[in-house]
Design a protein around this ligand. Structure first.
Ligand SMILES: [Zn+2]
Length: 253
């Protein structure tokens, strides 16, 4: 009997014993390179506010995020708002570098202070209004406590939403973190609110008047510079409209 079995060719043997399995399509997963993940966590933890940007996908796998790019944004404890001009500049830069929009304009990433990665209603509105025209878009939220939301929305066929698992792919080659560059990008992009004025119980009259004088001086200098044409007035005209497509408002408890 054994002799008969061993006389069969290995191929015949395998075919007989293991019927061909149909491969199930794998559930898509959002992955980050370790470098991109380290950058996102670093940016999240740099300030007290939310911070947002675009994920840059790998050319070989659009669900593998290789970088996170911040655009100029105004952040407060209750709002994050991208500057539309900065978004347009970022898109131009990416196109100039030869990237297709699928790689830089489909994955919207932002952080949440606190422990909830659930999208706010403004997140939902932004997702529809600003990202609703592409074949597919993805909203990714990383909370301070490590919670994540990755929601893929596709507009082809019947369309639909799908929550994706998230992973950091340590099989990728990655460069050493460059925290100095990341911090510089943050400082260049994220406009934080001024610190609240301290409440002084017993303000010394002299200190108070000198403060006023400083203010007046600053205003004088500002007006003089304005008259002298020292400022780029285009910058002053940039309005941070509250109904900007990237406006977001979240109230923290
Ligand atoms: Zn949010």
């Amino acid at each position: 009997m054994e002799a008969v079995m061993s006389a069969e060719s290995p191929t015949t043997n395998r075919l007989r014993r293991e019927p061909r399995r149909l491969r199930r399509p794998r559930r898509p997963m959002l992955r980050f390179t370790p470098w991109a993940w380290a950058k996102l966590v670093f940016l999240r933890d740099l300030g007290p506010t939310e911070v947002g940007g675009f994920g840059i996908s790998s050319a070989d796998d659009l669900l593998l995020i290789e970088d996170i790019r911040l655009v100029r944004q105004r952040c407060t404890s209750v709002t994050v708002q991208f500057d539309d001009v900065a978004v347009a500049d970022f898109f131009d830069e990416m196109v100039d570098r030869g990237l297709t929009p699928e790689r830089f304009a489909r994955v919207w990433i932002h952080t949440h202070p606190g422990d909830s990665a659930s999208p706010s209603c403004v997140d939902e509105e932004t997702f529809v209004r600003s990202f609703g025209r592409s074949d597919w878009v993805l909203m990714f939220i990383l909370a301070e406590g490590g919670q994540t939301t990755a929601r893929l929305r596709f507009h082809v066929g019947p369309g639909g939403d799908c929550e994706l698992p998230v992973d950091v792919d340590f099989s990728c080659d990655f460069a050493a973190p460059n925290r100095a560059d990341w911090k510089e990008e943050y400082q260049r992009s994220v406009l934080l609110p001024p610190p609240p004025s301290p409440i002084v119980d017993d303000p010394r009259p002299q200190a108070f008047s000198s403060l006023l004088a400083d203010d007046a001086l600053t205003l004088d200098i500002f007006e003089q510079r304005l008259r002298d044409g020292d400022y780029d007035l285009g910058l002053l005209d940039e309005e941070w409209e509250i109904d900007s497509p990237f406006a977001e408002e979240v109230v923290y408890g």
